[in-house]
Design a protein around this ligand. Sequence first.
Ligand code: PRP
Length: 189
Amino acid sequence: MDRHPLVKKVLVDKVEIDSKIDSLANEVNSYYKNKKVKDNTVVIIGLLKGCIPFMASLIKKFDFQCVIDFMIVSSYGGTLTNIHEPKILHNINTDIKDADVLIVEDIIDTGITLNFMKDYLEKKGAKEVKVITLASKPNKLKTNIKPDWNGFEFGDEFLIGYGLDYQERFRNLPYIAICDTDKLNDWEW
Ligand code: PRP
């Protein structure tokens, strides 16, 4: 398929992402290898929908016992600038009391979503909450949250691909790219 006209520039391609996921998975495997966790099981919680491609690739490389669950947390009121207090739209069914939890995210922007999530899961009784994210935008951070494992760091660009969307499109792209925002004003799908 030809590259979509809204893809302005590919920042990291599939090969780079695959290799990054390999090294992240190695680090996470080492961390949990000799760790005593409840029921010998790490609880992995993905934040929908952006986590899907990253989480699907990542967990296949984990060599420790785990369960997966998902949450939907909305921080944006439909626009990119209208940030409000995060709201849980879908919650986990897994009991996380005393559990070691690993949150999987596609990107940390302001950090507001993750800050809220971490706090929420700790209050729900998790023993430890770790965070892994494919990407982050350190310049846009508005909280103290720091991922325990981070794949790539980017600037302020509007990114699409590998879970990142514009109007729900482009999550399936096997790379991360800058979206051509000059074309968005009168864009029709
Ligand atoms: C995006 C992204 C993170 C969050 C990061 O999710 O997946 O969850 O925003 O932003 P923050 O650091 O400023 O809180 P979004 O709410 O767009 O949902 P999505 O995963 O369905 O794309």
